[in-house]
Design a protein around this ligand. Structure first.
Ligand SMILES: Cc1cc2nc3c(=O)[nH]c(=O)nc-3n(C[C@H](O)[C@H](O)[C@H](O)COP(=O)(O)OP(=O)(O)OC[C@H]3O[C@@H](n4cnc5c(N)ncnc54)[C@H](O)[C@@H]3O)c2cc1C
Length: 413
């Protein structure tokens, strides 16, 4: 007789938590699975929140991984509006805010992140908003119509995506950024300049190298005060300055954390039978040969699927190369690879074009690539990055030869 296996308990019913549950269920039809989330929605994908859902072109429900009814049908005990307040790896239990204690055989922490708030006076003004979850949408959408002034603090992806939707909605948009460039952590300055240029064509105003000092009230609206003395009136202030990982459950349980819950290539934390997946974890990447924490749709799905397979006894190495996309206006911009350094960027097309590919090299080898409206270049770039390919520079610059062809030539060498 086969002994009944204990429960897989998953904390965090977001994209990663949802995929762990769905994967375990697909491999272990009878395994007890409890998926606990503190939001009001079944697991959903967040990217459309700052794009089509914000713009009113897609419904909130279209972001769900599966309809709510699927979980009961699949025998997954989905507990929404439930918060886990503690985990106890020694006793193999989790404690809920309701006081209930649940035993687990394997535990997955998929608690994601929360937006960083401005450490400034007035940051709690009601017109100052962040965007992470469904409930954040309504107070933002209220101001997305002609005549409203929107100030976005932070020129990262979320700030730029909201700026694009706001500009398209007829708002007057200003983006403030402390750094001298947008997207400074992830793309080369010349690529970032090309993206900023596309926003400027849509009427978005940018201020780089500025420091916000305070937010003041302006008859119910907001007044953004800059360190140089300038003030900007805003009907809405969007703060997009990155996030903080929800690591506290792990840290309080003595699990190793370092800007994320530390996990090995299989998703195992430092505590026995405790895994982590998604934005919350820093993982040893087989593709990069170092640890990395990723905030991306691809990672939240595929890494979680890998954890689910491992738990269900069908392990497969997770060796994806990081990949990220963003949609702004009618543009699709993609990034493949996550290099710490590069020493040269080769352009196929020019920064002013509506379509280009930028290839990042280090010591003559391809380490990353960006495409603007040119997604078909992503696959050959991925192959060449993984192959640590040394490719003839003249060939890379020759736009008459497709990257697919270059990759095939390189693979045949
Ligand atoms: C607005 C926005 C736009 C994005 N756009 C893109 C994009 O264009 N491309 C891309 O690649 N990526 C994008 N991302 C990133 C991508 O959405 C994230 O990487 C992904 O959502 C991470 O999934 P996750 O499951 O790790 O975390 P989350 O989706 O954040 O899920 C974590 C869940 O755990 C819950 N939780 C936390 N603590 C507890 C607790 N103690 N008890 C119970 N529940 C708890 C949280 O409330 C949340 O529901 C975007 C993200 C955002 C916010």
């Amino acid at each position: 007789m086969v002994a009944q296996q204990g429960a897989v308990v998953i904390v965090g019913a977001g994209q990663a938590g949802g995929w762990v549950a769905l994967t375990v269920r697909s491999l272990q039809p009878d395994r007890p699975i409890i998926l606990i989330g503190d939001e009001d929605h079944p697991p959903y994908e967040r990217p459309p929140l700052s794009k089509d859902v914000l713009a009113g072109k897609a419904s909130p429900e279209s972001t769900y991984l599966k309809p709510l009814s699927h979980y009961a049908e699949a025998g997954i005990d989905l507990r929404l509006k439930s918060r886990v307040t503690a985990i106890t790896p020694d006793a193999k239990t989790v404690t809920l805010a309701s006081g209930e204690t649940l035993p687990y055989e394997q535990l997955v922490l998929a608690t994601g992140m929360q937006p960083r708030s401005l450490p400034l006076p007035g940051a709690d003004h009601p017109r100052v908003r962040t965007l992470r979850c469904m409930e954040d949408l309504a107070p933002i959408r209220k101001f997305l119509s002609p005549g409203h002034k929107i100030v976005c603090i932070g020129a990262g992806f979320i700030g730029l995506e909201i700026a694009a939707v706001a500009a398209r909605s007829g708002c007057a948009v200003t983006v403030l950024e402390t750094a001298p460039v947008a997207l400074g952590r992830v793309v080369a300055p010349e690529v970032s300049a090309a993206i900023v240029q596309r926003h400027k064509k849509q009427g978005v105003d940018f201020r780089f190298g500025v420091a916000v000092q305070a937010i003041e009230d302006n008859a119910g609206a907001a007044l953004v005060k800059l360190a140089d003395g300038e003030t900007l009136a805003a009907d809405l202030v969007i703060v997009g300055i990155g996030g903080q990982t929800n690591c506290h459950l792990a840290r309080e349980a003595g699990i190793a954390c370092d800007n994320g819950i530390m996990v090995d290539a299989e998703g195992r934390t430092s505590a026995p039978a405790v895994y982590a997946a998604g934005d919350v974890c820093r993982q040893y990447s087989l593709a990069l040969g170092r640890t990395i924490r990723l905030e991306s749709w691809q990672n939240a799905q595929n890494q979680a699927v890998a954890v689910g397979k491992h738990i269900a006894g069908a392990p497969e190495p997770y060796a994806d190369l990081p990949w990220f996309w963003t949609d702004q206006y009618d543009d699709n911009f993609q990034i493949v690879g996550a290099p710490e350094r590069w020493d040269r960027v080769i352009w196929r097309g020019s920064p002013d074009d509506d379509k280009f590919t930028a290839i990042y090299l280090l010591d003559g080898r391809i380490v990353a690539g960006n495409t603007l409206n040119n997604a078909r270049d992503i696959r050959p770039l991925r192959e060449m990055i993984l192959a640590r390919a040394e490719v003839d520079i003249g060939l890379l610059q020759d736009t008459q030869t497709s990257l697919i062809k270059i990759q095939k030539l390189q693979a045949a060498q």
